[in-house]
Design a binder for this molecule. Sequence first.
Ligand code: ADP
Ligand code: MG
Length: 680
Amino acid sequence: MAEAVSIPSVLSLPSIGPSLAAKLRRLEIADARDLLLHAPLRYEDRRRITPIAASQAGKVLIEGEVVLADIVGKRRPMLVCRLRDGSGVLDLRFFHDYPWLRRRLIPGSRWRCYGEVRTTLHGREMIHPELEPAAQATLGILPIYPSTMGISQRALRRLIEHALRLLEQIPNWLPQLPKACLPAWAPLSLQEALRELHQPSAQDWDGGERCRRRLAWEELLAHRLAFRSQNARAELRAPQLLLDLKLESEFRRRLPYRLTSAQERVIAEISADLAKECPMGRLLQGDVGSGKTVVAALAALSAASCGWQTALMAPTEILAEQHYRLWQAWFAPLGIEVALLTSRQSGSERQATLGSVALGKASVVIGTHALFQKEVRFSRLGLVIVDEQHRFGVDQRLALKAKAQNLTPHYLVMTATPIPRTLAMLRYGDLEVSVLDELPPGRKPVETYVMSEIRRAELIARLKRWLGSGRQAYWVCTLIEESEAWPGEAAEKAAETLRYELPGVRVGLVHGRMKAEVKDQAMAAFKAGEIDLLVATTVIEVGVDVPNAGLMVIENAERLGLAQLHQLRGRVGRGGEQSYCILLYKPPLTGAARQRLDYVRSCHDGLALAEKDLELRGPGEVLGTRQSGALQFKIADLSRDRDLLPEVHRAAEWLEQNAPSVIPNLLAFWLEHGERYAEV
Ligand code: ADP
Ligand code: MG
């Protein structure tokens, strides 16, 4: 057995207190490993100082001596600092007075600044440059990291430097692998690759590609290995769940619609699995609105038919409540008890629910992650259904399994995020896949328009008419640049602007950084019609059903992946009426971006869009996947790295046969806690 890796929490690194640790958590950084794997978004080449007189358009690094620093302008004071080097002078311009900075810009002191030079009537200037005292600055390739409010690039770099010092403590777990398992790169160890990622050597720099690919390969390998320790499932035993025909026909008789043939097919696939004595592991993939819920309900009905319980897990409380109301209406007439577990329940209410779950009176238990808490005890758990959740890992599955006592429950995970085949193989390699590839009849595709921001006034007028007629709408904001602190800020600004532009309209706001209760409240108010226009970041709750909201505007749509746009748009196609989606873009639009948006406009097949997305998104356009949450690798990017998969698969097999003892360390390093899908 290889030496176990122990990874220090960020709190153990020098100069990190609880408040910085909390900010780091927003970047999903909790320990030194997360810091090491916090990959730069891009690099800035600061190997050379440019003489002022030689600077042209584009970003340059300049070093000079302060001639003077002063405030100019009365109404809007600006700080202007004149720098001089041997070749000429340059004005640094800041749009506010920063007294602390002004005090440091002492005439004669030397500074290095990095930014865009422009030439004005008064000569060369640089606006809001990055500034460092020349004595402290180093020349080199500078990594630029994804960041968040309150953490500067410099602070991140310093933290990562600390983390890099711990590299020696990480054993080099990979043995020498055969050539066929390795992609073509000069052999870098994990340690070398991580160092190169964060502190690129200034000599013959390759843009960071070599180390990135080396790391991507290992990350994909870890994911692949995690699935493969899976064969054990066949040996596990599960309860046989057979659908009671009388209950079934009673259930179907009450449905206000006929099931689509896709729904019938998938129900048959699931029923066949549930009838077996080995646990089902199935991924149900279906576009938003394809009717996954009723399919899940029939699976739960099979469990209830045989006296087994079902746990239905939703990603948010509001979705859990939505399911609860619906399932209650379906199951109560059949004499099947449905229970809801949320954090909002009062103590006595909760005790009563827990009691009925433990006694087996409640056949279906609906909730969020709260379902995993220790005090939740099932009497006979036979089926676990996870709705719209991608990060449901083995920890959680194991927790539920433990609740199930002897037999392993069957497992069904539902998702509306289209997952291309290459991806499904990697991510859900252990699950069978069912696809709902047909929408219920009468559903009209969302009419989609591509519109330049220049026509905003026109759009606002249209929005006013729409809202004026009593309907509701979404306004979705996207993160524009990494320099913008965080998406919530963009949404807050957008909400403010819209309140001003649309007087009398009730504007609500949700974004990911809000407290869950606040977010849920806003969603609930929107659902109840107390909010007309909901401004949101791309995190708006998946699956929330607001049929009266038939219009969605997506700002900076050119920044998002096709699949993600489709996902967002799916939130409005829910009522029977025609619904609309407007993709706003910031001109000028490149030809490729135009093509992408046009593709979303004309295509309504989520899976086709997802495949196209992988095909079209060239290197560098990594936004989208990271935000969509569909599959979050830390380093790998499937649009760039999917060609590594054959080597990854060979390496996985080779390691299993020749060096199985290194696998646990590899998984521990690369996979999220709770993402180790290795069992069930
Ligand atoms: P999703 O797959 O996004 O979870 P839902 O299960 O919420 O979709 O279904 C979306 C809507 O479609 C619901 O209002 C549901 O009542 C309706 N629906 C589901 N199946 C059918 C069907 N076969 N015919 C008509 N409407 C259906
Ligand atoms: Mg759903």
